[in-house]
Design a protein around this ligand. Sequence first.
Ligand code: PLP
Length: 436
Amino acid sequence: MTSSQALFDQAQQVLPGGVTATARFNKALGHPFYLSRGDGARVFDLDGRPYVDLCTSHGAALLGHNHPAIAAAVMRALELGIICAAETEHQVTLAHKLRAAVPCAEMARFSSSGTETMMHGLRLARAATGREKIIKFEGHFHGYSDFLNFSWAPPLAQAGPAHAPLPYPESAGIPRLAGQTIIIVPFNDPDALEAAFERHGREVAALVMEPINYDSGCIPPQPGFAQRCRELCDHYGALLFFDEVLTAFRMAPGGAQQYLGVTPDLAVLGKAFGGGMPISALVGRREVMMHLKPAGQAEMSGTYLAHLTAVLAASAALDEYGRAGFYERLDALCEHFYGVFRQIIARSGVKVRLQYVGPRFGLYFGLDPDRPVTNYRQAAQQDHGQFLAFVQGCIRRGAYVHTSAHHGFSSAHTEADLDRALEAIEGALQDMKRAV
Ligand SMILES: Cc1ncc(COP(=O)(O)O)c(C=O)c1O
């Protein structure tokens, strides 16, 4: 019995399903990929064996693991007395740093997970507009709160017509009423979006979207589509609400809104924002943000909101993203990694489509390598069995790939680390070809 299997057996006795979060179960392994520690571009399994990390904490570790500036920031918070549930100068400083970096961030509030902050953001959008409905794209993920946990990976048989999908609750226990507040639209389909706005526009508080849909692999908006979203929101008096939990700081200091040149009214910045610590930010236009209590009437509070350990870590992370050459270096790594990756796919003979923006990418096994995937329904045609075989092969060969929709690397990865990962990827694809 492997040590991972032994630990999983123990875990199953005390943790439902043997895990502390659903997404940590690795379907390719039949148990979680257990880590003993992480450092820079590498994670280490229970036996201390190193792997080049292509999961990077589902995108949170954009600076790599154990970054000295993040570790020092957390140490400083500990020295200050582990104070929480209190205002300090550091939350103010962090909000000012965000205002300088992110186009829509005139004001900010902080809470922990992306799920939590999206929940607060949705309430704020409803309070600010006095409307209750939201429009959301199929295949876009916005955390697990009841009003948003719909149609991010619906089984196609239950997803309704492609041009007007049905809201599919992604969990048991979601009140049916929640589904009546959400309108699901296919991504990258301006006609379907216009039709949804025409029908419901005056009841819609917000159009909520991943500006780059990493949660279906990596699907960017088609040229002009994000601008069309902005125009329709303006026309119908709805808020444009970007879920930048994954995109924040990833391809530009101002996130996807800077990259796409479209400024939303509200956004949530998560994952990379905290440099690996649990914090995300609700940011937006002053006029909208001022609806939060005690300035306005919408509630957003909690004992652990803006905990100092995470606030100081985020502040340090922003300083790293602001360093001269940070994104130029990431871009150079991207050019190298994806260039070689594409060559490897071409010579492997395995049918797989690679899509990427910045240091995060999606893979679609069984789909045409040359045909862009532009929405969830296309992404859902991929061969999951082949993907699981790929994940197994990569892990066997020393690259950690998780069974999630998106993968990526960090600023701690060097070209040599990426070459090592590419070797594992090529080996995994060769294994798959041989198995066929
Ligand atoms: C786009 C997006 N929104 C929201 C979330 C939820 O964030 P968290 O996992 O921090 O609750 C995620 C997390 O995977 C995400 O990718």
